[in-house]
Design a protein around this ligand. Structure first.
Ligand code: ACO
Length: 342
């Protein structure tokens, strides 16, 4: 039995904001942002766009891809989805009441699907792949999981803080994970091979949305100067991220007895080009093996890896049997990586 990524899709808001445009509203400049992060632009949701709306658009793109691939109608694919998972920290409603995945289910009309959200910050895609495969493994009747990573980080960004607001963007991407009869080991193996999931809860304060939860709730009558927003100790996150992705890549390769030459591509979380380049240098990874697109989209948290995967997939850069590695890190602090055979 294999758990394969059968289709991918992505969706971005219409509004693309360049560094120069951002520099008109805050004391920053294109040179600083590019040299410190590799970011050139980001997509920012228009006020009426919802997380569930963007997630449903990404889901539709993956559903249509699978429909085309299998010759089935899109509605038939929708009717075949057993579970819908949304990875997000910026869901439509506080605390996920109701879960964004349930709203997506309603938009798509996938009445038969079970739904839930996961909150693992930027590592959401990595954790979600394991959860999705686990759900397929544990129940014989389940065949397909629609797994969407969707974020409207612009809604929890402090637009007066130049050290964080230049980093984030909005976006969503979906994968459909399918249980197939292909082998998951040995010759001709396919699907998700192996993963590493980790966390260091002692680093929670380094990336935090402090207010609005049950620990520090807003009180009736309280005058609030800023809505809930991300606060970050950039240097601490940077150090954690470089260590986490370097160790995760090494360990995944070692555990599967692979070298970097066996990989078609490594798709890291697209937080900051300097983090990726530091890991690249430490592990002597050839530049062409490591995919980066933060120049266009900035950091879209859980959505960043699957947006990149969709780009690679739709560009026809993956062929059957290629080994792909995903590696991520984020708030929590959390980290992880996945090896999958295309
Ligand atoms: N434009 C211009 N100058 C700026 C900006 C800006 N946007 N932001 C900060 N500066 C200034 C600072 O004020 C400081 O000036 P000073 O020396 O006069 O005080 C100077 O630049 C250096 O600031 P640092 O914070 O030390 O800059 P650093 O080199 O550490 O880079 C950065 C900051 C890019 C945030 C880096 O620490 C980093 O990438 N950290 C990891 C962040 C990350 O990846 N977060 C997301 C991961 S988790 C998730 O995805 C949600």
């Amino acid at each position: 039995m294999a758990y394969e990524i059968a289709a991918t899709g992505r969706a971005l808001p219409k509004n693309r904001v360049t560094n120069d445009e951002l520099a008109k509203t805050i004391d920053t400049n294109d040179e600083w942002i590019r040299s410190h992060t590799g970011i050139g632009s980001r997509y920012i949701a228009e006020p009426e766009l919802t997380n569930s709306g963007l997630a449903a658009r990404a889901a539709r793109a993956a559903i249509e891809q699978l429909a085309e691939k299998t010759g089935a109608a899109a509605e038939t694919v929708i009717a075949s989805l057993d579970v819908i998972i949304v990875a997000t920290v910026t869901g439509d409603y506080l605390g996920g009441v109701p879960p964004t995945s349930c709203i997506v289910q309603d938009i798509l009309g996938a009445k038969q699907a079970a739904c839930f959200d996961i909150e693992v910050c930027c590592t959401g895609f990595i954790y979600g792949l394991d959860i999705a495969s686990g759900l397929l493994a544990v129940n014989r009747r389940r065949k397909r999981v629609l797994f969407i990573s969707s974020e409207l980080l612009s809604r929890i960004t402090d637009w007066t803080d130049r050290s964080t607001c230049v980093l984030f963007g909005d976006g969503a991407a979906a994968v459909i994970i399918e249980k197939t009869d292909a082998p998951s080991e040995g010759a001709g193996r396919r699907g998700i091979l192996r993963s590493i999931l980790g966390a260091d809860g002692s680093g929670g304060e380094t990336l935090i949305v402090r207010r609005g939860g049950t620990r520090f709730p807003y009180k009736t009558g309280e005058v609030v100067d800023k809505p809930p927003h991300v606060e970050m100790d950039g240097r601490a996150v940077y150090n954690f991220a470089v260590k986490a992705i370097t160790e995760t890549i090494s360990l995944l390769l070692e555990e599967e007895n692979l070298t970097v030459n066996d990989l078609a591509v490594i798709i890291p979380h697209q937080a900051n080009a300097r983090i990726v380049q530091a890991a690249q240098k430490r592990l002597h990874l050839p530049e062409e093996k490591v995919y980066m697109n933060m120049e266009e989209y900035a950091n879209t948290s859980a959505a960043s890896i699957p947006i990149a995967l969709d780009e690679v997939n739709r560009a026809g850069k993956l062929k059957r049997g290629d080994i792909v590695m995903f590696v991520g890190f984020g708030g929590g602090l959390t980290y992880g990586g996945t090896l999958a055979v295309w």
